[in-house]
Design a protein around this ligand. Structure first.
Ligand SMILES: Nc1ncnc2c1ncn2[C@@H]1O[C@H](COP(=O)(O)OP(=O)(O)OP(=O)(O)O)[C@@H](O)[C@H]1O
Ligand SMILES: [Mg+2]
Length: 231
């Protein structure tokens, strides 16, 4: 589905991603892991076209994404839930959801009903301001907004960060449902190990901008966790 090949990225002089290779197979949930500051968000922003890469390739179903701007990448079926949610607090829930609509195909400017089925609370709170929602509700809104374009690939950056434990469980169930029942391919950044194990089929572990291990979730050993995840 998504191939990342030999990607190098710099912030000015600072070499942040090093010859990074990663493959996200169709229909699976792949979890990108690693401690704070190793480059997880940077990689996602490169995939979304929000940051330029110095070298390497990013292919979506074999198509080179390099010439495409962020909006076109979304139009090619990539939904993105950024770290920290980034919803608009002065806009209503409905207006936040509508932001993705212009990217949908022409003549189809309605928020898909399945989003309200997944997140009934969004329907109840349609006319409330984004800023009035709880953290968990805002996260549901951020996921709902990414789903408005009917993506094939959904990318989520730490969706459980700063969320109450009972809502974390709910968000895990939603991601599983999107992946297993609705067939979305998922790329998830997650630092919580039990959550990653519950929703993920595969993992990719980063350390200081390099991939240090990857494979099926069952291959994420205690030694790897000790060396690259435990703080
Ligand atoms: N805009 C920027 N300019 C310069 N350096 C940056 C910028 N954004 C991030 N960095 C640096 O790049 C490195 C990777 O950051 P990144 O945000 O990708 O890490 P992360 O793995 O997502 O961390 P976290 O788990 O805390 O979200 C860090 O050393 C960070 O300080
Ligand atoms: Mg990050």
């Amino acid at each position: 589905m998504l191939s990342i090949k030999g990607v190098n990225q710099f912030y000015g002089e600072s070499h942040t991603l090093w010859d990074l290779d990663m493959y996200i197979p169709k229909g699976k949930c792949t979890v990108l892991m690693g401690r704070n500051g190793v480059g997880k968000t940077t990689l996602l922003q490169c995939v979304m076209g929000l940051l330029p890469v110095k070298s390497g390739e990013i292919l979506l179903q074999g198509k080179d994404m390099a010439p495409l701007r962020a909006e076109s990448r979304a139009r090619h079926g990539v939904g993105y839930v950024p770290q920290g949610r980034q919803i608009f607090s002065s806009l209503t829930v409905e207006e936040n959801l509508q932001i993705g609509l212009p990217i949908r195909a022409k003549g189809d400017r309605k928020i898909p009903e399945f989003i309200y089925q997944l997140f009934p609370v969004l329907k109840e709170m349609l006319h409330r301001r984004g800023g009035d929602l709880s953290g968990g509700q805002q996260q549901q809104l951020a996921i709902g907004r990414a789903l408005v374009i009917n993506p094939q690939l959904l990318i989520l950056d730490e969706p459980t960060e700063g969320i109450q434990p009972n809502i974390v469980q709910e968000i895990g169930d939603i991601i599983r449902k999107l992946n297993q029942e609705l067939g979305l391919t998922v790329l998830l950044v997650e630092q919580k190990l039990p959550f990653a194990r519950k929703v993920g089929d595969n993992f990719c572990l980063l350390d200081r901008g390099r991939v240090v291990a990857k494979g099926e979730m069952a291959m994420l050993t205690d030694d790897l966790i000790q060396e690259y995840l435990t703080v």
